[in-house]
Ligand binder design. Structure first.
Ligand SMILES: *Cc1c(COP(=O)(O)O)cnc(C)c1O
Length: 380
């Protein structure tokens, strides 16, 4: 099924081969194609309401995440709660998740982060026992496998994908995979009751997206200075202005179909660059995250520095040398619900550095970027 401008319609013929490939890989029963990952999440949450016959409840999301998971939950009427992370990987810790589970919990979202993956059979069992849904966010691990050898995205009741700019495939679009009869029926109902949303004009969408990113960067800056309660209160006031960005129809099924064939070669080019970073950065004052070598996906090459107090200075210096570097994975409970304490994520957010491995950088850029990091990490 595809979210077109005016309705939910059958999957167009051009997308059928991709759909068959994805359903086989993920052992999914049904796919829902849409304009971006955020839209897939928003519909996933709506299906949960329909399936549970309720209109309220909580969803547990990882503290180390983009704000999209929590923002779309609020749009769909679910209250986001935040689970702390494994300090080694940044991914959701089962211990913390268990502390957040309550009678109100309707679903858990797990993110396979930066291309690292986790075997989710234990988490799936917990969810099945409680009669709640597990959503796998595989945006950053598209095409990867878990340590148990299963496809990332094949263990949850639903799996979320994005083909937006900066993700693994950048042709635009999003997809939700369903693996449960109740959810399939909920999607049928969703199609029957569908009310068209007027998409934003492209220029307005562009301006709003820039505004959202700038606000995020500005607030992370404030939060580095520990202004947390006040910043969260301000952010929650502004947040609804950006809701219109999140519900987008799919407009480019032909492009998605044409790009899909390039997935494996895109993954290999990424792995080559990750391996090069690994060789060049080994032995520096940081811990290298190595999950990519097992999963077969590197979304960004990631490392945790040993010197959080000078991380901002370091990334400014590397940017000054002309290389992409990001350290904006700020624990999102600090925006939405600071009282859900996540101390490990707080520490992780002050140490993480992400480096680019996509086609916008060459092997020469990787060498230059690694050299710049090594040079500037001993500056102070
Ligand atoms: C980018 C991203 C999303 C949202 O995808 P969009 O296509 O940008 O809406 C969801 N989850 C994760 C982990 C992401 O990185």
């Amino acid at each position: 099924m595809l979210f077109d401008r005016k309705a939910l319609i059958p999957t167009p013929d051009t997308l059928k081969p991709v759909e068959a490939d994805l359903m086989a890989r993920l052992a999914a029963n049904r796919l829902f194609w849409c304009g971006r990952g955020a839209t897939a999440l928003y519909f996933a949450y709506r299906l949960i309401h329909r399936a549970a016959g309720k209109t309220r409840g909580e969803v547990i999301v990882p503290a180390i995440s983009c704000p999209t998971l929590a923002a779309t939950a609020l749009m769909a009427g679910l209250t986001p709660r935040f689970a702390d992370c494994d300090p080694e990987t940044g991914m959701m810790s089962e211990t913390s998740l268990n502390e957040r589970l309550s009678e109100e919990t309707r679903a858990v979202v797990f993110i396979h982060l930066y291309g690292q993956t986790v075997d989710l059979s234990g988490l799936r069992k917990i969810c099945d026992q409680r009669g709640i849904f597990l959503i796998e966010d595989m945006v950053q691990a598209l095409g990867g496998c878990t340590p148990g050898g299963q496809q990332a995205g094949s263990q949850g009741h639903m799996a979320v994908m994005s083909f937006s700019r900066t993700k693994i495939l950048e042709c635009g679009g999003g997809c939700l995979a369903l693996r449960h009869e109740v959810l399939e029926r909920a999607l049928e109902e969703e199609a029957r009751c569908f009310e068209p949303v007027e998409p934003l004009p492209p220029e307005a969408a562009r301006i709003l997206a820039i505004s959202s990113r700038n606000l995020h960067h500005a607030l992370v800056g404030f939060m580095r200075l520990d202004n947390v309660e006040q910043v969260a209160a301000e952010f929650l006031k502004w947040r609804p202005f950006f809701d219109r960005l999140y519900v987008e129809p799919m407009t480019n099924p032909d492009t998605v179909a044409a790009t899909w064939a390039g997935l494996q070669s895109s993954l290999s080019r990424r792995l080559e660059k990750a391996a090069l970073y690994e060789r060049l950065l080994e032995g520096g004052p940081w811990k290298l995250l190595r999950g990519w070598s097992q999963s077969g996906v590197s979304w960004r090459y990631s490392l945790l520095t040993d010197f959080p107090e000078s991380l901002v200075r370091l990334s400014e210096a590397v940017r000054g040398d002309g290389y992409h570097v990001s350290n904006l994975y700020w624990p999102v409970q600090r925006f939405f619900r600071p009282e859900d304490a996540c101390p490990k994520a707080d520490s992780f957010g002050r140490r993480i550095i992400n480096l680019w491995v996509d086609d916008s950088v060459s092997e020469k850029d990787v060498e230059g970027c690694a050299g710049s990091l090594l040079k500037h990490c001993s500056d102070s």
